[in-house]
Every structure is written in C-alpha cells, then in structure tokens.
Design a protein around this ligand. Structure first.
Ligand code: SER
Length: 320
C-alpha cells in the first residue's frame, strides 16, 4: 500500500481511519472521500479529500487515476437498522457500490479492504463461539449484502487475483464520529447520554449479548490485515474479529463505576431487537489470531475507562 483511497471517510470508522493511515503512510498518500461535502475544518491542501458517490463509477475512476491509488478501504455502506427501513437503498449502496470498487480494483490492480459484519450471520448460525466457517443465512438486508459482499470479494480474488481482504466487524464503539443507523449504536449513545444526562433509555433488552470492539482495535484490525503476509491468509473475506462480548446491563454497570448516579432504562425497539437476536453472542476469532496475529488491546473495562475520559474532554464536562 502506497497510495490509499478511503470511501465513506466521513463515517464512524472512516473519520478515524483517515488519521490513523495518514500517520502511517503520510498525509498526501491517503485520499479521503465521501458522498458528503468536506467540512470546512478539514479543508487542507496537504490532506486530499475528494467527493465520491460510489454508485458513480466514473467518480471513483477519476480519483484512482488522479492519485495513482493502489489500495482502497471501501467503507461507504448503509447499516442494519437504516437498511431495514430502506432495503432497496441498502442493496444499491452496499452491492452496486462494492461492485464498482471491485471492477476498478481489477482494472487498476488495487488491493481492497471491505468490512463485513456480525450481521453476515443469522438465526440458524451457532450463537456462541461462532466459527469462522459456519451457516450464514442472515435475515436482514444488511446481512444479505454483507454475505454477498464476502462472496463477491472472494470471487474477485480467485477469478482475477484482486487482493481483497476483510473482517467481520462487531459493533464499533468510538467517541469521534457517531455511528448511524446501526443496531449496535446503543453502545455509543449510552456514553453521551450518561455523561450529559446521567440516564439512558436503551432500545435493546438488558440481556442482549453482542460482540463489540473499541475503535483503536477496529483500526488495528483493518490495517494489520491489509499489511499481513498474503501467503499466511487462509481466508480473505472475511475474518471473524472480536474484542469483547457484553449486554446492555453489563455496560451500564461498568459506566456506573464512573457515574455513580447513572440510571439505565429500557424501551425495546422490536425491529432492532429482532436484528440483534438474529446475530451471534460471541464470535470465535481464532483464525484471525492464527493467520495474522490478531489480538485486541481493549476489553469492556479498558474501553469504558477510555471512552469516559475522552468524551469528557470532547463534551467539555469537568470532573466534580
Ligand atoms: N454495527 C453494525 C450495525 O449495527 C453491525 O455491523 O448495523
């Protein structure tokens, strides 16, 4: 990887991946792109930003040519809850966008990172220690697009030799940009509400276990996989990765260690609860550990401590 394009760079993962990659590969070698307009504070000649709607192949082509891109982190996607509200849009963005990226990668010999998700599993998948290779019959449109994406990326690797790689991300927790329209979003919202209002009403039930990961580990997973020795990769799209598995009650308990009078309430949203119930409780990520040395740095305790410290600064909340 010498010159990298990030699509969906203003999203939750993208907005932190830009900084992470620029530190590693140089500001001018990481081109951020998004369908949204670049915020004023990000305008900087040394930190390229381009408008790309991934449904417009020409827009991707022109950026790839202009900067001689050799690696693409394709993050532009519609998440699970938004997908259920607009399945047609989810299919179009997640599948046609990926198809455009893969076609261009084939022509210009770019490596491609595409995130899959815990959503690539469904109700008939084993819920605990979900294996790397197992039943994948998701029942959400988002999950369908993720399984299709995994297969499509494998196909471009075996048929055309495109260096495609991916992980199945769990819910990602971060303090820079908010996630949008996901089922795991509660685990981010809760921190903002706890710090601002000392209470949170959770849309998932208290005992809903899901895999989660703190952003620094998510960035490390994506970049370590892309930098891994290809001869060691037994799988390509996509590796199970996880850092922690917890339910809303456990997260609330952890937050209470810092905000003693924090109050957690529940008002279950049937749609998002059904999505969460169809996903695993905890993935087995041993293949990622064996093949490319995956190992997370943050568990629930370490993540909560850091989130609270960082968000206090961001939200300008002083210690009493
Ligand atoms: N965080 C995603 C979602 O909730 C899962 O990949 O939709």
């Amino acid at each position: 990887m010498k010159r990298i394009l990030i699509t969906g760079a203003l999203g939750q993962i993208g907005s932190e991946l830009i900084t992470f990659l620029r530190k590693r590969y140089g500001n001018e070698n990481v081109i951020a792109s998004d369908i949204k307009l670049i915020p004023e504070e990000m305008v900087d000649q040394n930190r390229p930003f381009e408008h790309i709607d991934c449904l417009d192949a020409q827009e991707i082509y022109s950026v790839i040519k202009k900067y001689k891109i050799d690696a693409i982190f394709h993050l532009a996607a519609v998440l699970s809850a938004t997908g259920e509200k607009n399945p047609q849009l989810a299919w179009k963005v997640n599948i046609n966008g990926l198809y455009n990226v893969l076609e261009i990668a084939r022509e210009y010999k770019c490596a491609v990172f595409t995130p899959s998700s815990i959503a690539a599993f469904g109700p008939s998948t084993p819920k605990d220690n979900t294996p790397q290779e197992t039943i994948q019959r998701p029942n959400t449109i988002y999950g369908l697009t993720k399984v299709t994406g995994e297969l499509l990326c494998d196909y471009y690797y075996s048929k055309y030799g495109v260096d495609t790689r991916g992980v199945r991300f769990p819910g990602i927790i971060s303090y820079t940009a908010l996630p949008g329209g996901g089922t795991t979003d509660y685990a981010v919202e809760i921190f903002y509400e706890a710090l601002r209002n000392k209470k949170y009403t959770c849309f998932l039930d208290k005992d809903t276990y899901l895999d989660m990961m703190y952003m620094p580990d998510g960035l490390k997973a994506a970049v370590n996989l892309m930098e891994a020795d290809p001869s060691r990769l037994k799988h390509r799209n996509a590796y199970n990765v996880t850092a922690e598995s917890f339910n809303p009650e456990q997260l609330a308990r952890e937050i209470k260690k810092y905000i003693l009078d924090f109050e957690m309430n529940y008002d279950v949203d049937p749609m998002r609860q059904a999505i969460a119930d169809s996903w695993p409780n905890r993935l087995d990520d041993s293949a990622a550990r064996e093949d490319w040395g995956w190992s997370p740095d943050y568990n629930l305790e370490a993540m909560t401590k850091d989130m609270i410290e960082k968000l206090k600064i961001k939200l300008n909340i002083a210690d009493k």
